[in-house]
Design a protein around this ligand. Structure first.
Ligand code: FES
Length: 146
């Protein structure tokens, strides 16, 4: 039997929002310090609301499933609402990931934060949810975030 539940397998086999868009308003990426895998997120933003999201993930099935579910969850959300989402929300939405695979979901959280950071910087926005975000911490150790 697979170590993954059906929902994870579905998002892995049929990822939502995979690929790239033309003229994104924001781009962010994150590389996992645990395994070296990478995720890039592109966003379209209108009136502070994420109207579209795409991802490219060079990583394992759990990272792809996490990106898929995360991009679904942030669409229609305001920037602050999206910043409030953590990797735990994505794991919960997937119905759980095996313990050693939790770090894969951190890629999605950090790549989304990095994209919103990019947008905030370009547009001179100060967002409460980015207060503790350090764009240079890309390769720091986040794998205790379970
Ligand atoms: Fe690298 Fe899952 S093992 S993101």
């Amino acid at each position: 039997m697979s170590m993954y539940n059906e929902k994870v397998m579905d998002h892995f086999m049929n990822p939502r929002n995979a690929g790239a868009m033309e003229d994104p308003d924001a781009v962010g990426s994150y590389g996992s310090p645990v395994c070296g895998d990478m995720m890039e997120i592109q966003l379209k933003i209108e009136n502070n609301v994420i109207i579209d999201a795409k991802f490219k993930t060079f990583g394992c099935g759990s990272a792809i499933a996490s990106s898929s579910v995360a991009t679904e969850m942030i669409k229609g959300k305001t920037l602050e609402e999206a910043l409030d989402l953590t990797n735990k929300n994505f794991v919960d939405e997937l119905g759980g990931l095996p313990g050693p695979k939790i770090h894969c979901s951190v890629l999605a959280e950090q790549a989304i934060k990095s994209a919103i950071y990019d947008y905030a910087k370009k547009n001179g926005l100060e967002l409460e949810g980015l207060k503790d975000f350090d764009p240079d911490s890309k390769f720091d150790d986040h794998h205790d975030k379970e």
